[in-house]
Design a protein around this ligand. Structure first.
Ligand SMILES: Cc1cc2nc3c(=O)[nH]c(=O)nc-3n(C[C@H](O)[C@H](O)[C@H](O)COP(=O)(O)O)c2cc1C
Length: 157
């Protein structure tokens, strides 16, 4: 039987918060993308090394997920790093193709809304069935975030 998953990367917890809510509501399995080498930078260096990784198109190694072919629906979650989806997410989907799956996208960002959607649809030619974005400062308002997620999911499944 085919099944659904919520697949995401999160460095500071914003995307994780949204991912957990989606998993709670859908009952889908939750899969956190795990770097093989921990990203341990903080403060200025977090933005410096993370931004460099993204801008230079680096694909840091991440853990694999078995039986990927059994998932038919994926909620894919990414923070925006330097105007693009986070490199850990891009690494993951390089090894775990999404082409034959129904994809719902959620992203978190400080300013660059829609960047993940543009990247996946225009650069990677993926078909995204629907998408939602959350500004990081808005995520502090947990109740409003939950309401938006609930309303979004109502329209989908
Ligand atoms: C390395 C790095 C680069 C970022 N670059 C951007 C950016 O280009 N545009 C933007 O809107 N937000 C950017 N952000 C902000 C994050 O996308 C935002 O805070 C997000 O909610 C973090 O999600 P997380 O808590 O799940 O890691 C960046 C954050 C980091 C750590």
């Amino acid at each position: 039987m085919k099944k659904g998953a919520v697949v995401y990367f999160s460095l500071d917890g914003d995307t994780e918060f949204v991912a957990n809510k989606i998993a709670e509501r859908t009952g889908f399995e939750i899969i956190k993308i795990k770097p093989l080498k921990e990203f341990k930078y903080k403060g200025f260096w977090k933005f410096f090394y993370g931004g460099k990784m993204s801008l230079f198109g680096e694909r840091p190694e991440v853990e694999g997920v078995p039986n990927w072919e059994f998932y038919d629906t994926i909620f894919l979650g990414t923070p925006i790093w330097a105007g693009r989806p986070c490199p850990y997410v891009l690494s993951f989907i390089e090894n775990h193709p999404l082409n034959d799956k129904k994809i719902y996208l959620f992203s978190t960002f400080a300013a660059d809304e829609k960047k993940a959607y543009e990247y996946f649809t225009k650069k990677m030619n993926l078909i995204i069935s629907d998408e939602i974005g959350f500004k990081d400062s808005f995520i502090k308002n947990k109740i409003e975030v939950e309401k938006r997620i609930e309303n979004w999911l109502k329209g989908l499944i």
